[in-house]
Design a protein around this ligand. Structure first.
Ligand SMILES: NC(=O)c1ccc[n+]([C@@H]2O[C@H](COP(=O)([O-])OP(=O)(O)OC[C@H]3O[C@@H](n4cnc5c(N)ncnc54)[C@H](O)[C@@H]3O)[C@@H](O)[C@H]2O)c1
Length: 368
């Protein structure tokens, strides 16, 4: 098995690399990432890419087609990966998440790749009433990020055919510990607030529905999609998560407060309704992938996050201004002239800009 994982150097990627390495101990696993967050390791015992056979540093907007030779499956994670970034970089979001992603899929198909797994998102449902959304429900993407996922799914539908199986996994919001932890995700944010300030402030009235999935369970779903048979058809869109993980935001805050004694929860009961609210029906995923259903519990997920953050001596009440936030990392790289306004690396200035501060890291990168 030869598998290419794009966007492997983010939050989800390290878990996917581990899952696929366990599944294919002798497989050839390649990573490809532009490396925005490569330096944002969070307590990792070794660099996660050590589990791969090769790591490529490329931008998918100029994808080197030759890398696809002999590849059986592409797991496509690379993306501008949340609403706040998409709001600031709307055009870049569409360019990376839709145009370049569809071009990658075209190249993959032409190169004989058999399975293309796309990390889509339940945010395509946007704002909805209380009824759980199925894959056939109307879509209501509220942001550039969510719209980009809808457009990519539509383009992939056109490309799928026998021999080029496409699986769009509409993931619930991710949570849980990772070698490159993000704290711009709701449950992770609550755990960080509880540990650093002993207080969780819910900005909404706490009622919005937010289905979650642990990152380890995302990786299990991806393993299933890589290998799935023809049961779901050449083109499959499936909600990836589990019915029991449909939570309201206040339930998440309360669960974290129970796990971190001394935490107060404050809910803004008078807040205007939060538009992003949706419950999701995961029964199709359950029927298609009975052996790859989510396994983590909410309690375990919170405990692992707490342990992971405590092991890093995490206490930063100001973490929303830190490199735990994807948008902050990109803002820092652009303000230092390392990325341009299209979020492409500016290599020449990069060399002189990073040397004084990061010379140690650059030396170790060269050794690797
Ligand atoms: N985290 C979630 O809650 C969640 C939920 C649903 C779907 N997803 C999807 O899962 C995927 C992975 O999410 P994540 O949380 O790991 O995000 P992340 O931001 O941590 O990682 C994304 C990775 O993609 C890379 N990347 C971005 N633009 C690129 C480009 N032009 N060329 C090459 N690499 C590029 C980044 O460097 C980064 O390593 C994304 O497609 C995201 O939309 C995530």
């Amino acid at each position: 098995m030869k598998i290419l994982i794009t966007g492997n150097m983010g939050y989800v990627g390290p878990l996917v690399a581990r899952q696929l390495r366990v599944r294919y101990p002798d497989g050839f696993l390649m990573g490809l990432d532009t490396g925005y967050f490569a330096h944002c390791l969070t307590g990792a015992p070794h660099i996660p890419e050590a589990l791969l056979d090769v790591q490529h540093y490329n931008d998918i907007r100029s994808f080197p087609e030759s890398l696809l030779g002999g590849v059986d499956a592409v797991v496509h994670l690379a993306a501008i990966s949340n609403d706040p970034i998409g709001n600031v970089y709307e055009q870049v979001t569409l360019d990376v998440n839709t145009r370049a992603s569809l071009e990658l899929a075209r190249l993959a198909k032409a190169s004989g790749v058999g399975s293309f797994v796309f990390a889509s998102s339940c945010s395509v449902y946007g704002s909805a009433d209380d009824r759980p959304r199925t894959e056939r429900s109307e879509l209501s993407p509220l942001t550039a990020y969510a719209k980009s996922k809808v457009l990519t799914e539509e383009g992939l539908r056109e490309l799928a055919e026998p021999g080029f199986r496409v699986s769009c996994l509409r993931f619930a919001t991710a949570c849980g510990m990772s070698d490159r932890l993000r704290l711009d995700l709701v449950l992770n944010d609550f755990v960080a607030c509880a540990l650093s300030a002993q207080r969780i402030t819910v900005l909404s009235d706490g009622t919005p529905w937010r289905p979650l999935i642990n990152v380890t369970d995302m990786a299990r779903a991806i393993e299933w999609a890589v290998e799935r048979d023809s049961q779901g058809g050449d083109f499959l869109v499936v909600n990836a998560g589990s019915d029991t993980w449909n939570y309201q935001v206040h339930e998440l805050a309360e669960a974290v407060a129970r796990a971190v004694p001394g935490t107060e929860v404050s809910i803004n009961r008078h807040a205007p309704p939060d538009k992003r609210s949706y419950r999701v029906d995961f029964s199709l995923f359950k029927a298609l992938a009975p052996a790859h259903q989510p396994q983590a519990t909410l309690q375990e997920t919170i405990d692992r996050l707490r342990q992971g953050l405590q092991a890093m001596s995490f206490q930063d009440q100001n973490f929303r201004e830190s490199s735990f936030m994807r948008l902050k990392v990109l803002a820092d790289l652009t303000s230092r002239g390392l990325l341009n306004e299209s979020l492409a690396w500016v290599h020449r200035s990069a060399a002189s800009a990073v040397t004084p501060k990061y010379s140690g890291r650059l030396e170790s990168a060269a050794v690797l």
